[in-house]
Structure formats: C-alpha cells, structure tokens
Design a protein around this ligand. Structure first.
Ligand code: NAP
Length: 239
C-alpha cells in the first residue's frame, strides 16, 4: 500500500484546459505542460484534428480531447469519454468563452442562452463532475477564466451584457465553490487583462502568454495558497 501511495504522490498532475486550441487557453496549456510545471495537459477542443495539430506544437505531455460546451447532452457525452480515458484530473481551467455583443436590450435570447451555457453552465457541469475526485484525492485546483467585464466593481460591460452577466455568475460560482470545498481543493477566478486573441482583437496590449500567467499561477498554487479570490496580474481585484 505504501508503495502505491508513494507512486500516486509522484505521478505528474493532470490538467484539463477548455477552449485550448487557440488564444489564452493554448498559452495556458503550453505553460502548464512546459518545463516549469511539467503537468500532463488535456487540451479541450471542439475540432479534434485542429486540436491534435495544436497539441503537437506544444512542449511536454499534451493530449487533445474533444470537448464542446455549447449543448449539455453533448458536453456530458464528451466528459464521459474524457473520464473513461483519464479518470484522474487534478486541475480544471475553465477558459473557453464566448463574447456576444449587445446591451441588455439588444442581445438576442439565443446569444444570451449561449453565453450562459458556455461561460457558466458548462464550467459548473465540469466542476460538478471533477471536483468530487479532487476532494477524495485531497488535491485540486479550479481556475475560472473570468473577466473584468464580470466585475460589479468595473461596471459589468454593459455593451456586452450577456458576457458581463455570465462572467459575474462565473465569479459567483467561484466564491460558492471556495466556501463549499475543503482547502485542499482551491477555486479562484481571474481576469487575463486585454489580450491579443480572436476575442480581444489585434489592438490588445497583452500577448496570450501574458494573459495566461495568472491562470497558470492559480492552477499550480501550493497547498497554503489562496482560494475564493478574483485575480489579475497575481493580485486580488474586487468582484
Ligand atoms: P478566443 O481567442 O476567442 O478563444 C475562445 C476559445 O473558446 C476557443 O478555443 C474556442 O474554441 C473556445 N470555445 C468557444 N465556444 C466554445 C464551445 N461551445 N465549446 C468549447 N469551446 C468553445 O478567446 P480568448 O481571448 O483566448 O479568451 C479565453 C478566455 O479569456 C475567455 O473565457 C474570455 O472570456 C477570457 N478573457 C479574454 C480577454 C481578452 O482580452 N482576450 C479579456 C478578458 C477575459 P473554437 O476555436 O472551437 O471556437
């Protein structure tokens, strides 16, 4: 038994990063898998062929897994397939996101539903599926990639109402998780800043690697690290 316990302690941690084929998610995956952290990374992607091509360019142990968050039944099927091949997941980075334009009156019901599905309900479903294993193994790191747009303190992005409201709900989930989970499983939210990606646009000042930094820090926190916070540049910000 001691030998098995010791082997478990020294196995590489395994992280699942959603929306990891491009943008900030790809940068988070690359940094987690790289020599500084050496995690095994499951690259959650909608297009498996594109995901495999992306995985092949990253350092370390990276495996593309199909994970579409847009529809609950499909999400459940993908998650079941991932858990069948990778029953242990230590780190969950809820990075995938959608950013529909429109204020609270202009946003269409379909875009509103989609924003909440991808930005909140899918992360919530992933947490419900993966957190119990983390609790049982007494180790887990949950990182919710949120946004200043989801901060009441920063105004809730009224021109992108569905996005702001859904990220605020993701923040609320983060705080609830921290109050529910043992300290061995940490849940934090972060804002990557304004980043040059398809969502952020070419004019954004930050690179994906810079945007990824705080998420990677939270995904690899030591045992005495914080839980239940909202961070940018590794510093607490207001909800
Ligand atoms: P991005 O370049 O637009 O990438 C979004 C990622 O989410 C892509 O991998 C995309 O996959 C995936 N995705 C979208 N819908 C999905 C679905 N239904 N199922 C699974 N995956 C889906 O965005 P980004 O800038 O890297 O943003 C990453 C995170 O950072 C988001 O949560 C965003 O809200 C947050 N953020 C970004 C900024 C910024 O300035 N960029 C600022 C604040 C917060 P496909 O390639 O298949 O579409």
């Amino acid at each position: 038994m001691l030998v098995i316990a010791s082997a478990m302690e020294h196995r590489p941690r395994i992280a699942l990063v959603t929306g990891a084929n491009r943008g900030i998610g790809l940068a988070i995956a690359g940094q987690l898998a790289g020599p500084d952290h050496s995690l095994t990374v499951l690259l959650g992607v909608r297009d498996l062929a594109a995901g495999r091509a992306a995985a092949a360019k990253l350092p370390g142990r990276v495996v593309a897994v199909e994970l579409d968050l847009a529809e609950p039944t499909r999400l459940d099927d993908h998650l079941a397939a991932i858990q069948a091949t990778h029953p242990v997941i230590d780190v969950l980075v809820n990075n995938a996101g959608v950013y529909p334009a429109g204020d609270a009156l202009a946003v269409s019901p379909g875009e509103l539903t989609q924003a909440f599905q991808v930005n909140v309900l899918a992360p919530w479903a992933l947490v419900r599926a993966l957190a119990p294993g983390m609790v049982a193994r007494r180790y887990g790191r949950i990182v919710n990639v949120s946004s200043g747009g989801g901060s009441f303190d920063e105004g809730l992005a009224p021109s992108h109402a569905a996005y702001g409201a859904s990220k605020a709900a993701l923040n609320a989930l983060t705080l609830q998780l921290a109050q529910t989970l043992p300290r061995t499983v940490k849940a934090n939210a972060m804002c990557p800043g304004w980043v040059r990606t398809r969502m952020g646009g070419l004019g954004a000042p930050r690179s994906p690697a810079q945007g990824a930094d705080t998420a990677v820090w939270l995904a690899t926190l030591p045992d005495d690290g914080p839980t239940g916070g909202f961070y940018r540049d590794r510093h607490l910000i207001d909800w």
